[in-house]
Design a protein around this ligand. Structure first.
Ligand code: ADP
Length: 487
């Protein structure tokens, strides 16, 4: 009986991420961290999420004390509060590493002391793992959790570890002198060594080296990052390690046009009249003429080089010569703020611009647009094209990473096609895809079928969670679990 009971015990997992919806967000990592653990819990995993307690959006009053952990930073012992809250409408705990000196700030990242901030976070996460003592799986995300993988391996706790890479471009690279503050052993730093990246200390590389398994958020990106073109210098390490690709899914409750509180009108695929109202509402919000028949293209994005704005700007005049409207919501690199502001002045009647981060407006753009444009240079998974499918908004994408895995070109495959895509990273290729999209819209014939097809596709986080659970089980059942590895 005792064995049976043990067999039936759910897997206990700790999911660590530097941003988690609804508590904090700058991009897709937050969306995944707020939905995947909940889906894993529904599949029977005993899961907890752990994240820093930032100033941003966190309702501090709703958290309560959970425990205290002691970590060492530059020869000083620091006591850190761990607080707890539940994800809304669930009993799933989210733990918060509460260290105001590092996290009670305006932004989440890009401070000169990021090395120490996320070293402290990693140390607190490890201290929590140690204090609980019975976690089967540690699931860390991106560079901010890199050092935890070393702590687990070197200090020999019996917990298997999975690193998920959401974006390899952000690696957490710091001066080599930070190695002690990071809690890593000095002997690990040498050219080509386990934590060294071209003369710098790399938190992402540390995670990759010491994790038991590594995955990324689409099969396409998993292959791409093992090549020099997309591997950001880590392709060799990743190839040796092996990378599993698991496509992200979306939270179909948060992103649901039939019950979305942010919209002027809700709708579903049986009755799309609400979508027409949302288009009108969106045009009004951006001061564009309320033209029902003019195809409206939405863009919501971090304004970063990764997202393909150089080729969009390069071809902007030509695209604006089409009978279309564009609305863009985004924030990021100054150069794009400047260039799009210029375009906004030039094309007042056709191009609406909102520079900032606005979740409600993001929902309204998904609903009110006819097309959603993502011309990314690279895209690990991309969530907005999936939100667009759900909202009956046809994606126009560059075929890379997760975009290539999720979007099939309608002209190439009219039976199952769900968007428009182009291969070459060039303005002309983007223009051609937009042209084909607009032509399809104007033909009217078959348009409704396309909308129904994309709105009914299964892109939910549940499928993704099942695959993660498989990886957890593989790790749990691998022989190495029996004895904790000590390096
Ligand atoms: P990434 O993580 O690279 O930024 P994703 O497509 O995976 O790209 O996820 C981006 C997420 O962030 C989506 O939920 C998107 O709606 C949201 N988002 C991006 N920029 C903004 C913005 N300016 N305002 C509101 N939401 C935004």
């Amino acid at each position: 009986m005792a064995t049976k009971k043990k067999e039936n015990k759910p897997l206990k997992a700790l999911f660590a991420a530097s941003e988690v919806v609804p508590f904090s967000k700058t991009g897709g990592l937050a969306d995944v961290s707020g939905s995947l653990p909940i889906a894993l819990s529904k599949l029977g995993t005993d899961i907890r999420v752990i994240t820093p307690l930032y100033r941003q959006k966190t309702d501090i009053k709703k958290t309560r004390p959970h425990s205290k952990v002691t970590v060492e930073m530059n020869d000083k012992k620091i006591v850190v509060d761990i607080r707890q809250a539940e994800f809304p409408n669930t009993t799933i705990p989210c733990l918060f590493v509460d260290y105001p000196e590092y996290f009670d700030r305006e932004e989440l990242y890009s401070y000169p002391d990021d090395a120490e901030r996320f070293a402290l976070f990693s140390k607190a996460v490890y201290a929590h793992l140690l204090a609980e003592g019975d976690y089967d799986i540690f699931h860390g995300n991106d560079w901010q959790t890199g050092p935890v993988f070393y702590f687990i391996k070197s200090r020999g706790i019996k917990c298997r570890s999975l690193l998920t890479i959401h974006n390899l471009q952000y690696q957490g690279l710091f001066a080599p002198e930070m190695i002690e503050a990071a809690g890593l052993d000095k002997s690990l730093f040498y050219p080509g060594g386990p934590v060294e990246y071209y003369g710098k200390l790399g938190y992402m590389k540390t995670g990759i080296t010491f994790a038991d398994a590594v995955n990324t958020v689409s099969e396409g990106y998993a292959k791409e990052i093992q090549t020099p073109e997309y591997g950001e210098g880590l392709e060799g390490v990743l190839k040796e390690k092996g990378v599993v690709g698991i496509l992200n899914g979306i939270d179909t409750e948060v992103w649901n046009p039939a019950a979305d509180k942010h919209l002027a009108a809700t709708y579903n695929y049986c009755d799309l009249s609400g979508k027409k109202k949302d288009k009108k509402d969106l045009q009004k919000k951006f001061g564009l003429p309320a033209e029902d028949d003019t195809p409206l293209i939405g863009i919501i994005s971090r304004l970063a080089d990764q997202k393909g704005f150089d080729i969009l700007l390069e071809s902007f005049d030509e695209i604006m010569s089409f009978p279309i409207q564009i609305v863009l919501l985004g924030t990021g690199q100054e150069i794009y703020h400047k260039e799009f502001t210029k375009m906004n002045k030039k094309y007042k009647q056709k191009f609406g611009l909102e520079l900032g981060f606005n979740n409600a407006l993001a929902h309204q753009i998904e609903a009110g647009s006819d097309f959603f444009l993502m011309p990314s240079r690279f895209e690990p998974c991309g969530l907005n094209q999936m939100y667009s499918l759900r909202y009956g908004t046809v994606p126009v994408v560059r075929a890379t990473g997760g975009l290539a895995d999720t979007i099939i070109d309608i002209d190439h495959n009219p039976i199952v096609g769900n968007g428009f895509s182009f291969e070459e990273y060039k303005g002309e290729a983007l223009v051609d895809a937009v042209k084909r999209a607009v032509a399809c819209y104007n033909r009217k014939d078959g348009w409704k079928d396309i909308i129904v097809r994309i709105m009914t596709a299964d892109i939910s986080v549940e499928a993704s969670a099942r695959k993660y659970l498989e990886v957890y089980h593989c790790l749990e059942n691998s022989p190495a679990k029996k004895e904790a590895a000590v390096i």
